[in-house]
Design a protein around this ligand. Structure first.
Ligand code: ZN
Ligand code: FE
Ligand code: FE
Ligand code: ZN
Length: 266
């Protein structure tokens, strides 16, 4: 395989991305990808939860947009997925979402470390001044561990997202990574190499080499995602991500169809 599938891309329905699925698909073909997957921000049970996701009433429209891309680009495998926010207590809602369409996979992402603070939101950067970074990491990885254990997700998204703005705890976070990765290995849940981190102040792929090295040792499967919010970002920095994965020992990546996992050579 030349480049692995790009399993993390968005659509304008989330209100902060540009370009239709057909435009992302066209770009994917242009750069030689053979498989992609749309994983836009899923609706929450409460319409006003935040302002960066599709509304529940748009879920069918989302599926139709992806189906249209599949029809227009038959030479490209296009998966239907969602990036679902994991918050403790939202499990029933996520289960119901899963039953509504024949999804190929769910990316489980932790953005919220409380009901109101999404750690990656630049509008809430001032929150970091009120909290200790180590405490944020702890809450984040506790939630990520619960997400893996829930078995609601096929892939865990951007596993060290709190590093986005370059604020990091001085303490060693290895015990957090271990606990999360043990849960992922146990649940058979993959983690993604998400190249969007390279475009953020942390200037680093999610997750870090340290975390990825541990993931390989624990035999946690991987996927690749650009987290594209515009067609030009499809497959961005994938060569670098593949090099990182290989350098810690990975020789396989993962594909999903109807929530069934398949390992393929990287
Ligand atoms: Zn987004
Ligand atoms: Fe995300
Ligand atoms: Fe995303
Ligand atoms: Zn994302």
């Amino acid at each position: 395989m030349s480049l692995p599938p790009d399993y993390h891309m968005h659509t304008p329905l989330c209100r902060h991305a540009t370009g239709e699925p057909v435009d992302y698909a066209r770009r994917a073909v242009e750069i030689g990808l053979t498989e992609i997957g749309f994983s836009d921000h899923s609706p929450m049970s409460r319409e006003d939860f935040d302002n960066w996701r599709m509304f529940d009433r748009q879920l069918d429209e989302y599926v139709a947009k992806v189906r249209l891309a599949q029809k227009e680009f038959p030479q490209l495998t296009i998966r239907l997925a969602l990036e679902v926010d994991y918050l403790p207590g939202h499990e029933d809602w996520i289960r119901k979402l899963a039953a509504r369409h024949p999804w190929d996979y769910f990316i489980g992402s932790v953005h919220y470390v409380s009901e109101t603070w999404d750690v990656d939101n630049p509008a809430k950067l001032s929150e970091w001044k009120k909290r200790d970074a180590y405490e944020v990491w702890k809450i984040y990885f506790d939630r990520l561990t619960l997400a893996a254990e829930s078995k609601l997700f096929d892939i865990i998204g951007h596993a060290d997202l709190p590093k986005k703005f370059g604020i990091r705890p001085a303490q060693d976070c290895t015990p957090f990574y271990e606990k999360f990765l043990d849960a992922a290995a146990q649940a058979g849940c993959a983690i993604e190499l998400n190249t969007a981190g390279l475009r953020k102040p942390c200037e680093e792929i999610y997750p870090s080499r340290d975390l990825l090295q541990l993931a390989f040792e624990k035999m946690v499967p991987i996927t690749f995602g650009s987290d594209a919010h515009a067609p030009a970002e499809v497959g961005l920095n994938f060569a670098e991500a593949v090099a990182l994965a290989r350098s810690v020992g990975y020789a396989e990546t993962t594909r999903f169809e109807k929530r069934e996992r398949e390992s393929v050579w990287l």
